[in-house]
Every structure is written in structure tokens, then in C-alpha cells.
Design a protein. Structure first.
Length: 131
């Protein structure tokens, strides 16, 4: 069962425009860190075969059962985890806030395409700068 943190809306009434902007930016940075961390946990869980220990036959089933994710959420997060495992610099860029989740997802989509994979290695640094 997932637990929830304290009410994220508390204290917003006391913030002015600059305070709300700062809160928004901090939340976005936190979301980017969480995405990078999720990808790392998914990669490590796959490597260890944790889903088997939990009586599942696949990572997809394990993620759906534990997180109540849809098929598309599982697909997107696993694709991102494969990219971050292969290219830790992408994970670092996401975690540090240099690129957003949408940019990381797009890079993962390109990386997953076998027709582009051979060109990805020579282009990733430029792609990270341009993302």
C-alpha cells in the first residue's frame, strides 16, 4: 500500500507570486529526481529479478501489482530505465534538472528504436545539450 505525505497544498495561501513560482520550480525539480530514482530502482529490480521473489512472472506484472500502474506507465518507465542504465549521464542530467521528464522520455523513445541506436551513442551529448 502506498502512503501519502503531508498535504502539499498547505501553506500555499501565504505565498505571493514569487513564492508560488519557487514552489512550482521546486516541485518540478523533485519530480525529475523522482523519475530518475524510479528508473534506477526499476533497473536494479530487473537485474535482481525481484519480481520473481514476489511471485510474479514479469517485471510488468510486478510493477502493475505494486504501483497500480497502467500498461503505458509501465512501458514508459521501463523504457526510461533502460536508457538511464545504458547512459548514466542522461540520468544525472534528469536528476540535476538540466532536462525535463518529457525530454528524457523522448531520448528514451529514440534510444529504444533499433534503427537509431547506432547513431545514439555519437549524438547523446549533443542531444543532452539541445534537450
Amino acid at each position: 500500500m502506498l502512503t501519502t505525505a503531508a498535504d502539499p497544498m498547505s501553506g500555499l495561501d501565504g505565498l505571493d507570486g514569487a513564492g508560488l513560482t519557487e514552489r512550482l520550480r521546486n516541485l518540478e525539480l523533485e519530480a525529475r529526481r523522482v523519475e530518475a530514482d524510479l528508473a534506477g530502482v526499476i533497473s536494479e529490480s530487473q537485474r535482481r529479478g525481484v519480481y520473481v521473489d514476489d511471485s510474479h512472472t514479469s517485471m510488468k506484472g510486478w510493477l502493475k501489482a505494486n504501483l497500480n500502474w497502467s500498461n503505458s506507465q509501465v512501458f514508459r518507465r521501463r523504457r526510461l530505465s533502460r536508457l538511464l542504465e545504458a547512459y548514466p549521464t542522461v540520468g544525472a542530467s534528469l536528476r540535476e534538472g538540466h532536462i525535463g521528464v518529457a525530454q528524457a522520455d523522448e531520448l528514451a523513445r529514440v534510444y529504444a528504436n533499433p534503427r537509431c541506436r547506432d547513431q545514439f551513442d555519437i549524438s547523446i551529448e549533443l542531444l543532452l545539450v539541445q534537450a
